[in-house]
Ligand binder design. Structure first.
Ligand SMILES: [Zn+2]
Length: 73
């Protein structure tokens, strides 16, 4: 991934990621094992599937910089 952020993430990047996941306006990050699992949740060491423990350590840069307030409503 050329335009990606990799773990460890900052608290601000985790907050941006988790806000992005909850917008439902964009395709969220899902489990790499089973896309019907719940959405990945970010902590500073990466994003984890709550259902099976699938772990991912990168996110697109725009996700790390996501600002909920910037969405046109
Ligand atoms: Zn899973």
């Amino acid at each position: 991934m050329s335009d990606a952020r990799t773990a460890p993430f900052t608290d601000a990047e985790c907050a941006a990621f988790n806000a992005y996941q909850n917008t439902h306006m964009f395709h969220p990050y899902t489990c790499g094992n089973d896309s019907t699992h719940r959405l990945l949740v970010c902590t500073t060491d990466g994003m984890t599937c709550p259902d099976c423990g699938y772990h991912q350590t990168w996110m697109h840069r725009f996700t790390a910089e996501f600002d909920e307030g910037s969405i046109p409503r």
